[in-house]
Design a protein around this ligand. Structure first.
Ligand SMILES: Cc1cc2nc3c(=O)[nH]c(=O)nc-3n(C[C@H](O)[C@H](O)[C@H](O)COP(=O)(O)OP(=O)(O)OC[C@H]3O[C@@H](n4cnc5c(N)ncnc54)[C@H](O)[C@@H]3O)c2cc1C
Length: 387
């Protein structure tokens, strides 16, 4: 491999690195992935909205269809959904590989290859460590699609602990569960997860993903949930763990995701819904925008990559910003106030509104509507928790 063989090097062979590569219309693209296979290790619950699936190019790997959600708080619960299919559950290993197979028609892949940017005069170059060998490439553009902990973003000084928070996760795949396979189960209960939530997602008739995102030791927290939560105990009475996974999730809003000849995409750019942790829908949209901007840059239509920031912000920047605002309120709410909100929601006519108009890709707008519709008593409690 010669140093000028590629116009674009993408660091990270996850779905968003691949989708970015797929949308580069001109130039030679190399995707480098540190693992030996695309799609592993798993770090995802695999729940994707209809629109998200479309943005990802309708990949293979659907294992279940979802019509709604049971949302549980400490003592209350609410059921959202009707006959309409709203989301799909994917086997990510199958999905990621299918996307990579599609993309391999346009891009080259190098596996077991660790990519790092290095400053080189005015621009950046890439150092790849592949099976003990060091390869240096000088592409015109580099994409940091290197996931939640993005070393690329850190080296560029675009990502830090002030503009994004990293949460941890633990998840089990379990079989022989006793579950309503059409609905996901979401537990908004700070006894288990203080900073996010816990879930049971059916992958089919008796197969589920049980997971939790929070700060700190998520394994112990998930075990506590499985052993103590009455709903979980009922669903998982005869269930066995057949897969364990852990991972991390970035929540934040980056003002800048471009520096010199490098841009960030997907989790590396914090293109993640702050209220649910879903990163595939915004990530895929951002990857497409990145691909289009790079194409224009390569054919000389534009001389800088900064327009990427403007374009993704126009498309979904506000949804991330508003999600972060609501998340700040959520973090301050006591568990009893949260419980009361779910209790009120269960009795309100908002459920019909959510069933008819709710959009799981516009969670911030929906959460805002719910908060605004709460009565004076609970509004006062929220205020008390916030102060
Ligand atoms: C527990 C959990 C549950 C989730 N559930 C959902 C869900 O249900 N729905 C949803 O939409 N989203 C979900 N997400 C988020 C979703 O998984 C991510 O948003 C999505 O995977 C982002 O894709 P990506 O390509 O940006 O990053 P990744 O999928 O993380 O891919 C990045 C790739 O880069 C590689 N890499 C990193 N550094 C280097 C390097 N230096 N050199 C070479 N390769 C490198 C990694 O090995 C990896 O393959 C969840 C996340 C977590 C943690």
């Amino acid at each position: 491999m010669n140093s000028n063989d590629y116009d674009v090097v993408i660091i990270g062979g996850g779905p968003i690195g691949c989708i970015t590569g797929e949308n580069i219309k001109n130039g030679k693209v190399l995707i480098v992935e540190e693992h030996q296979s695309i799609g592993v290790p798993l770090q995802c619950a695999g729940l994707i909205s209809k629109n998200g699936v479309k943005e990802l190019g309708n990949p293979k790997g659907v294992v279940n269809r979802i019509r709604g959600a049971y949302i549980y708080s400490k003592n209350n619960s609410v059921k959202i959904g009707n006959e309409e299919i709203r989301a799909y559950v994917f086997e990510r290993k199958v999905m990621d590989k299918d996307i990579a197979i599609r993309v391999s028609k346009k891009c080259d892949f190098l596996l077991k290859a660790y990519g790092e940017i290095e400053k080189d005069k005015n621009d950046y170059k890439v150092k790849i460590t592949h099976l003990g060998e060091e390869i240096y490439l000088n592409p015109k553009v580099i994409v940091g699609a290197d996931g939640s902990k993005s070393i690329t973003g850190k080296k560029l000084g675009l990502v830090n602990n002030k503009n994004r928070e990293i949460l941890s996760s633990c998840q089990f795949e379990m079989v022989n569960a006793n579950v309503d396979e059409d609905f996901v189960y979401v537990f908004l209960d700070k006894r288990y997860s203080e900073r996010f939530f816990t879930w049971i997602i059916p992958m089919g008739k008796d197969r589920v993903r049980v997971g939790l995102i929070d700060k700190g030791n998520c394994y112990n927290k998930l075990m506590k949930f499985i052993n103590e939560n009455e709903i979980a105990k009922e669903i998982l009475r005869n269930a066995t763990i057949i897969e364990f996974s852990s991972g991390s999730l970035p929540i934040g809003y980056l003002e800048r995701t471009v520096k010199d000849n490098v841009l960030l995409a997907g989790d590396a750019a914090c293109h993640v819904k702050p209220l649910s942790g879903g990163g595939l829908y915004f990530g895929a949209m951002g990857g497409k925008i990145a691909g289009e901007v790079i194409s224009k840059y390569l054919n000389g239509e534009i001389s800088r990559l900064e327009i990427y920031d403007k374009k993704w912000k126009e498309k979904f920047g506000n949804e991330i910003k508003n999600g972060i605002r609501i998340r700040k309120i959520f973090l301050k709410l006591g568990n009893d106030t949260l419980d009361e909100i779910i209790g009120k929601l269960a009795k309100s006519d908002l459920i019909e509104y959510i069933n008819n108009h709710g959009d799981m890709d516009k969670q911030a707008s929906l959460a805002m509507k719910i908060l605004k519709s709460l009565d004076f008593g609970i509004g006062f409690r929220i205020l008390r928790d916030l102060l």
